[in-house]
Write a protein that binds this ligand. Structure first.
Ligand SMILES: Cc1cc2nc3c(=O)[nH]c(=O)nc-3n(C[C@H](O)[C@H](O)[C@H](O)COP(=O)(O)OP(=O)(O)OC[C@H]3O[C@@H](n4cnc5c(N)ncnc54)[C@H](O)[C@@H]3O)c2cc1C
Length: 414
């Protein structure tokens, strides 16, 4: 049987990998050329430490404050859109303790499973994508953030995840080669990182050598349906492709495609930026999140990537100069020896995180079209959750119960 996957980001490619392992014929269809999308320029962090969903108590108050600062890490571009209003309302309603309590153990298991699958992939002879498990430091400068991060560390410990509360001196001891200016940190030794551009390139090559077919530069523009099934995909190239099973893994664009099928999927694009410094003279050895600035700093191979901001932008391709400056200016506040003088906006990468309003992915078969499997909405954790999602897609296709419970991920839950 052949499965057609719409979208060749980390979710689509991981699905292709595990579907192929189960003996399916696979075609990946992508509107772009698989060279620079959201799954390429992200911060490369594999994060069991991220067990709190984006929708959580306290987030709205922070978000409102950030909306009024031109250099803050969060912004919603105002626009008249019923979908945006419904998304915001659902986000508001999801920011509850009950929601967080339900989501935490599931996100923990999903991320740990995915990290395990990454370490298996990394030992495969086809792959050298700089996977390293050195942990992640949550660096902070302020007492208020310290209290928040230490509370998170306690919650992590309750969930059985290792989290070390470190003083400034203990943090510096982990980064002996680079001066830090922080109040302290929480160290999550179980987190990992990799070089996403290498991963995506190598995964694509490996899949091609295993006979996976790629149709690139071909956007799915519409669907033909017969008796509750998708029968054909219409492509921007004019091709009409008969299908048996379809996986929708088109990231932030998935909502538009679902709409064509008469299905609602609340999803907004969370635009973010990154720059990659090639072999800088100085760089940290351990990836870090700069807690107040919400900036990710990741050593990748010999390079250093700095990324941040979440702008709900309606797919605006523009780089917001001030917001990007906000990212770069935060860097020397935590690492005084690192330069923030990056000016060349043409080298700034941007990508769109597929954000659901409760901060949880959409995973599962459609009830309306039973040959359609939805796999998207992974927001800030799509890279991290890629392999486990791909494995889940394959499990669902062969009728096996996946290792992680899917109850919270129903694509029709809103
Ligand atoms: C600045 C930044 C930093 C990040 N850091 C991290 C991190 O450290 N760790 C982490 O886990 N996650 C991180 N993320 C999030 C992560 O990058 C995303 O969650 C993930 O890449 C989403 O993957 P995807 O496959 O769902 O979507 P995408 O990578 O967006 O892939 C979707 C694909 O679908 C294709 N497509 C769209 N429409 C159509 C159509 N009509 N027909 C055919 N194809 C179509 C697109 O061309 C695209 O290639 C970060 C994101 C950003 C922006």
């Amino acid at each position: 049987m052949r499965v057609h996957i719409i979208g060749g980001g980390i979710i689509g490619l991981s699905s292709a990998w595990y579907l192929r392992k189960e003996g399916f014929e696979v075609t990946v269809i992508d509107a772009q050329d698989l060279k620079e999308g959201t799954s390429h320029g992200n911060a490369g962090m594999i994060v069991p430490s991220h067990f709190i969903p984006l929708a959580a108590p306290g987030v709205i108050a922070k978000g409102i404050k950030w909306m009024f600062s031109r250099k803050s890490p969060f912004y919603i571009k105002p626009r008249l859109s019923l979908e945006l209003v419904e998304w915001l309302w659902t986000f508001y309603r999801s920011c509850s303790h009950a929601h967080v309590e339900r989501a935490m153990p599931v996100l923990r298991d999903y991320n740990l499973w995915s990290r395990q699958l990454y370490s298996e992939l990394a030992s495969h002879p086809d792959f050298r994508f700089c996977f390293e498990q050195k942990g992640i430091l949550m660096l902070f400068k302020e007492a208020k953030t310290e209290a928040e991060e230490f509370e998170l560390a306690d919650q992590a410990a309750e969930l059985g995840l290792e989290a070390q509360k470190l003083s400034a001196a203990a943090t510096q001891a982990l980064e002996p080669g680079l001066r830090l200016d922080v109040r302290g940190s929480v160290y999550f030794p179980g987190d990992a990182h990799l070089y996403p551009n290498l991963l995506i390139r190598q995964l694509t090559t490996a899949l091609k050598s295993q006979g996976v077919e790629f149709l690139t530069g071909a956007a799915v523009t519409d669907f033909d349906t017969v008796n509750g099934k998708i029968s054909r995909l219409q492509l921007s190239t004019g091709q009409v492709v008969p299908v048996e099973k379809v996986v929708l893994a088109a990231g932030s664009w998935s909502a538009g495609l679902m709409k064509k099928l008469g299905l609602k999927l609340l999803l907004q694009d969370g635009k973010g930026y990154s720059v990659t410094l090639s072999s800088p003279e100085k760089r940290p050895g351990i990836p870090a999140l700069l807690s107040e600035a919400k900036v990710a700093v990741t050593p990748m191979g010999d390079d250093l990537r700095i990324g941040g901001t979440l702008e709900i932008s309606n797919f605006s391709p523009q780089v917001d100069r001030l917001r990007f400056q906000g990212i770069m200016e935060s860097l020397p506040r935590y690492y005084p020896e690192l330069n923030s003088g990056w000016q060349d906006l043409s080298k700034v990468w941007h990508g769109y995180r597929p954000c659901s309003p409760d901060g949880l992915p959409y995973m599962g078969f459609s009830k309306k079209h039973d040959n359609l499997l939805v796999a998207t909405g992974h927001a800030m954790m799509g890279l991290s959750l890629g392999p486990a999602t791909g494995r889940m897609v394959a499990d669902l296709m062969i009728g096996k119960q996946p290792e992680v419970k899917l109850d919270l991920f129903d694509p029709a839950r809103f």
